[in-house]
Unconditional design. Structure first.
Length: 183
């Protein structure tokens, strides 16, 4: 670009153009690179997520070797690079853990294996309930899904597990009651 005042338009195309896209694991197949490529960015706003993903994609991401100090609770609990707050403080204040602004927080994508395991556990728990309790739980689950569209999946799962445990406790109480009169 010219330094001429007012001349902000380039007259020629870019001199060096890449023929292939950059691959951060092309020549480096170390454990550290594999670890960095598998990092799931979560608990941050969309802009901060894009910034961290760019750093990972173009091999600019430098992971922490030791935990950093959180700016809110002042404990050494920050375990993710480029973050200034721990996840607990970010959840409590409902702010981005990187920039500290109260924006919409992007939740992390759960691992498919982990999701499959949780689904199997939920099905096993449902099978252990009697039909009446099972239908009650399914109605509760459908009602919660309609009401809490914007709520995170982790919070929904915690609510469902609480309801399931309350139904399980109620079932145990009735089974004890039946045993007392079975003489």
């Amino acid at each position: 670009m010219s330094t001429q005042k007012g001349n902000t338009q380039r007259c020629r195309p870019q001199k060096h153009q890449n023929r292939t896209s950059f691959k951060n694991s092309l020549n480096d197949t170390s454990q550290r690179t594999k670890f960095i490529n598998n990092i799931q960015v979560a608990k941050v706003c969309q802009r901060c997520k894009e910034i961290i993903e760019w750093k990972i994609k173009y091999k600019k991401y430098k992971p922490l070797t030791q935990p950093k100090k959180c700016v809110k609770c002042e404990q050494k609990t920050v375990r993710h690079a480029y973050h200034v707050m721990c996840n607990e403080c970010g959840n409590k204040l409902k702010v981005c853990t990187k920039c500290g602004e109260a924006k919409e927080i992007v939740e992390g994508v759960t691992d498919p294996k982990e999701q499959l395991q949780l689904d199997l556990e939920m099905q096993e728990l449902l099978k252990s309930l009697p039909e009446r309790k099972r239908r009650t739980f399914i109605r509760h689950m459908n009602k919660q899904a309609e009401e809490n569209v914007g709520e995170s999946s982790h919070d929904q799962r915690a609510g469902l597990i609480d309801k399931l445990n309350s139904l399980k406790v109620a079932e145990d109480e009735f089974s004890d009651f039946d045993d007392d009169f079975s003489d």
